[in-house]
Design a protein around this ligand. Structure first.
Ligand code: ATP
Ligand code: MG
Length: 415
């Protein structure tokens, strides 16, 4: 991860070098917004009137990556601590026939470049040498008013790139801004068109909303903007009380993984259904690992909720699982931090490892050594022996093998 001070310094050096060569160069977009809001920018973008070829000539082929020459974007490689910074030629985006990508771009001046951006708060430039904000779109006023407003005619701007509808919600939620009324009304009208955007892009926006601490606000805004039935139908169909409870749980989570947040979305009746994890996760192109973890969380939440009264071996298998921290976080968000089952699980987790998860008394090789033929009953026998061990009924390998013999001799047991 690049560090913030080196990134900023490198972004300044790039601007200086472009200026030294006679070009205009400013910081642009999200980094300007973030700095004015008092946040450390994730990354810096530099905008210039130099063409991509001129940018490559100036910084050298070896120090640049032609990541989007057709769109006028060149990535300049910095020192290790600074990472790389995108330098983009001022451009206007021509018609969007697919509602997502400009058909072609035209290189232009700073003012037109500001106007092709999505929201006024994202349309600011900053001159890092003169320390001056350059505002062609009223972005500073909207930052002060805490408003997300489309640049120009919201209807045209949202129609040319439907993803902007979700971006508006994300920016409003994460910055605790309101969406300007006409922009919001336009999203409400156009909401069904969000499905023309690729599932990956929708999934990426939702991911960012869900891991952000304003995730409950984001869900409420998705509903208000009428995007929810199209992007998260599983949540849109909840009853009013279940929706409010879902929002409460989302809010109560502290820095959840995506899987935990997804499980929170799906944990309310009538849908505490682990299969929905697959439907939702595959639709939004989340990874198999994330989907499996979400399904696991949903499937085992009831075990955690009833932990104090259930057989210990069942609970133990949850607590030693990779997802233990996530399931306890989710259960805590649902049941509250004073919950008895949560306290029970935490107490068990504080046990020394050899008590919480003692080394097994026997394994498959021991069973073979004991004269058994390897086969499908092995895992069942081993599980039963493990349960007995965890229950404190047996303490040594000899006792475990004796139990195996009893289990095999017992009627109705798998042999
Ligand atoms: P963040 O990186 O925190 O999501 P950002 O504003 O930097 O916020 P990026 O997606 O990195 O967002 O884009 C950088 C800038 O490019 C934006 O600030 C905006 O000016 C412009 N931009 C990005 N996506 C779009 C879009 N879909 N339509 C119009 N302009 C866009
Ligand atoms: Mg950015």
């Amino acid at each position: 991860m690049p560090d913030a001070a080196s990134q900023r310094e490198f972004a300044l050096q790039i601007a200086k070098q472009l200026r030294g060569a006679g070009y205009e160069a400013v910081w642009a977009g999200g980094c300007v917004r973030d700095r004015l809001l008092g946040y450390v920018p994730k990354d810096y973008d530099v905008a210039t009137n130099a063409t991509p070829e001129q940018i490559r000539d100036l910084f050298g082929r070896r120090r640049t990556l032609p990541i989007g020459m057709a769109f006028g974007v060149v990535s300049v490689l910095g020192p290790r601590a600074a990472g790389q910074i995108d330098v983009a030629t001022f451009r206007t985006d021509a018609t969007y026939s697919d509602g997502r990508h400009p058909d072609h771009v035209t290189f232009t001046n700073a003012e037109h470049d500001a106007q092709r951006r999505d929201f006024t708060i994202n349309g600011l430039f900053y001159d890092p040498i003169a320390n001056e904000v350059i505002d062609y779109v009223g972005g500073q006023g909207d930052l002060a008013r805490r408003i997300v407003r489309a640049i120009g005619d919201p209807r045209l701007r949202l129609a040319e790139d439907k993803l902007r509808m979700l971006r508006a919600v994300r920016f409003a939620a994460t910055f605790e801004f309101a969406i300007e009324p006409v922009t919001l009304a336009t999203i409400q009208e156009m909401a069904p068109d969000i499905l023309t955007v690729s599932a990956e892009r929708i999934g990426m926006e939702l991911r960012r909303m869900l891991v952000d601490r304003h995730r409950a606000t984001a869900i409420a805004l998705l509903r208000e903007s009428k995007l929810l039935p199209h992007v998260l139908p599983e949540v849109a169909q909840l009853s009013e009380s279940a929706f409010l409870e879902t929002a409460r749980i989302l809010h109560a989570l502290d820095s959840p993984t995506l899987s935990t947040a997804l499980a929170a979305l799906l944990c309310q009746p009538p849908t505490p259904d682990a299969h929905l994890a697959g439907t939702l996760g595959r639709r939004l192109k989340y990874t198999n690992k994330e989907i499996e973890r979400t399904a696991w969380l949903l499937a085992h939440l009831p075990t955690v909720a009833d932990a104090p009264t259930l057989p210990w071996p069942r609970v133990q298998r949850i607590l030693i699982h990779d997802g233990a921290a996530e399931i306890l976080a989710l259960h805590g968000a649902i049941a509250g931090s004073n919950d008895r089952a949560l306290a029970f699980c935490r107490e068990r987790l504080s046990w020394p490892v050899d008590k919480l998860n003692p080394a097994p008394l026997v394994d498959g090789a021991d069973l073979i050594g004991h004269g058994l033929k390897p086969g499908p009953v092995f895992s069942n026998l081993l599980e039963q022996v493990r349960d007995a061990q965890l229950n404190g009924e047996i303490h040594a390998t000899a006792e475990a093998l004796a139990l195996v013999d009893r289990l095999r001799a017992a009627p109705n047991t798998l042999r």
